[in-house]
Write a protein that binds this ligand. Sequence first.
Ligand code: AP5
Ligand code: ZN
Length: 213
Amino acid sequence: KRLILIGPPGSGKGTQSPIIKDEYCLCHLATGDMLRAAVAAKTPLGIKVKEAMDKGELVSDDLVVGIIDEAMKKPSCQKGFILDGFPRTVVQAQKLDEMLAKQGSKIDKVLNFAIDDAILEERITGRWIHPPSGRTYHSKFAPPKVSGIDDVSGEPLIQRKDDTAEVLKSRLEAFHRQTEPVIDYYSKKGLVVQLPAEKPPKEVTTEVEKALS
Ligand code: AP5
Ligand code: ZN
């Protein structure tokens, strides 16, 4: 399966991805996670993208298309993949289609995590992450066993620098202006399935499974 997850910040893409990934043996390609790793490691790419990410703006199409092109060549991605946070502009979607066409493949489904903006601030400001594993917690909706500590490794959890109410406003603006047109792009191809992303995580998982069966 070749899947795209689209939705605003905090809609649950990163929460559902690991579950779908394991169930269907897919690779999980999250451009946001890859870019944050580059920023943390202070690589040339990380230095280039830090400012835009901190402000909640999108980084350039060429940079993310390059990252995805490289990542999709991994053997583990040959059976199928979940794209989480990519494509986020119509240009990125067109480039992706070209990349896949070269390999004789195409996108099977686009899962649209539909949710009201008003719910997102609480989700974003309460999020805690464990970057090495990608595990995500929420102080209220999915608390770790010990506050601030990853359940599995015992290592500390951190908060994302862009997870403030202020930066969320820019991220939402970018979503509505630049990413919503991507949903239309795939709707015209008949690939979009709408998910009720405001439901509790387990119910969203059930809806994802229904959409993929
Ligand atoms: P990215 O990392 O992709 O961030 P985002 O799109 O803003 O999405 P989030 O990770 O915030 O949301 P999510 O849907 O994964 O939420 P989660 O499941 O964790 O991008 C970051 C930045 O990188 C961008 O701003 C941009 O600068 C750059 N970038 C990345 N890709 C790019 C691209 N293609 N082009 C250009 N620039 C790019 O859930 C959130 C919280 O809610 C968690 O605490 C979770 O526990 C909780 N939660 C989840 N589901 C539920 C539920 N059903 N009920 C209650 N709580 C829930
Ligand atoms: Zn995410």
